[in-house]
Design a protein around this ligand. Structure first.
Ligand code: G1P
Length: 285
């Protein structure tokens, strides 16, 4: 079995739901407490043993490249002042462990992933959607990689949501269950309200075989007139093992304003230095 060494981070989206905040900065750079969303995803990948990070970017996303680079002025000034720079330790990659490829037009998640095909090559890989913030012990992708060692094939994360939210997401048509592993019989992107095969949505974490790139090559446009990853994955069911992994940790949909605010409050309560202040303030509201 080939190990999961590479992660793809599609970060080319326009972030229109967060305008005007995201007019000049990528939505993936919005901070939850003191760290941008994209760094949570990168750290989750590292925890899962993934070392090569592939960002699929677009115009206006250069802040992400700068974030994961050396900041000479900042680091030299901090060193001169005798300040430790532990706070930025997680923003560094080993030389050559990061690659950037551009998605020239935002025509869907499937298209974004396909833009990384040459760098992914012929091996299984992970995908992270950074606006889904997944908090677990161990992290979500580490749990999925552990499950992958049993199942091989393809695994999507699965997370139960109320029925009135299923039309916003990719949804699993579930088969047999074995602990947290659910056989995937079908996948549907943004089903019309009342037509979803289950409440099990896909919160932006995937382990896929490289064959998905071949499927994406000819993938026609689907929901929202976009080239959908979900549609390409659906075509692979039956040819290779396909499972959903029910994640039991916390999930915050930081692509929505309320999810983003909830994440900030919840994670602030995990920071000992500010938890009491924040808790006391929230209680006054
Ligand atoms: C994308 C995927 C969808 C997934 C969702 C998670 O949708 O297409 O399958 O459930 O992310 O947030 P988007 O939010 O880009 O519309």
């Amino acid at each position: 079995m080939k190990p999961i060494r590479k992660a793809v981070f599609p970060v080319g989206g326009l972030g229109t739901r967060f305008l005007p905040a995201t007019k000049a900065i990528p939505k993936e750079m919005l901070p939850v407490v003191d760290k941008p969303l994209i760094q949570y995803a990168v750290e989750e990948a590292r925890e899962a043993g993934i070392e090569e990070m592939i960002f699929v970017t677009g115009r206006g996303k250069s802040a992400i490249e700068d974030h994961f680079d050396i900041a000479y002025e900042l680091e030299t000034t901090m060193a001169d002042r005798g300040k430790a720079n532990d706070a930025i330790a997680g923003t560094r990659f080993r030389p050559g462990d990061v690659a950037y490829v551009r998605q020239q037009e935002p025509i869907g998640l499937g298209h974004a992933v396909w833009c990384a095909r040459h760098i992914v090559g012929d091996e299984p890989f992970a995908i992270f959607l950074a606006d889904e913030l997944m908090i677990g012990e161990p992290g979500c992708m580490k749990q999925m990689v552990d499950a992958y060692h049993q199942t091989e094939g393809n695994i999507v994360c699965g997370y139960e949501v109320p029925a009135d939210q299923t039309h916003n997401y990719g949804i699993v048509d579930p088969g047999e269950e074995n602990g947290p592993l659910v056989e995937v019989k079908g996948l549907v992107e943004k089903p019309a309200q009342g037509s979803a095969p289950s409440n099990l949505m896909i919160p932006g974490r995937y382990i896929l075989q490289p064959e998905v790139m071949r499927v994406l090559e000819d993938q026609e446009r689907g929901a929202g007139n976009e080239i959908q990853l979900t549609d390409a994955m659906a075509q692979m069911i039956g040819d290779q093992p396909f499972h959903a992994y029910r994640f039991g940790g916390r999930r915050f949909d930081c692509g929505s304003k309320s999810g983003f605010i909830n994440a900030n409050i919840a994670l602030a309560l995990d920071h000992d230095d500010i938890a009491d202040d924040v808790r006391a303030f929230v209680a006054t509201l």
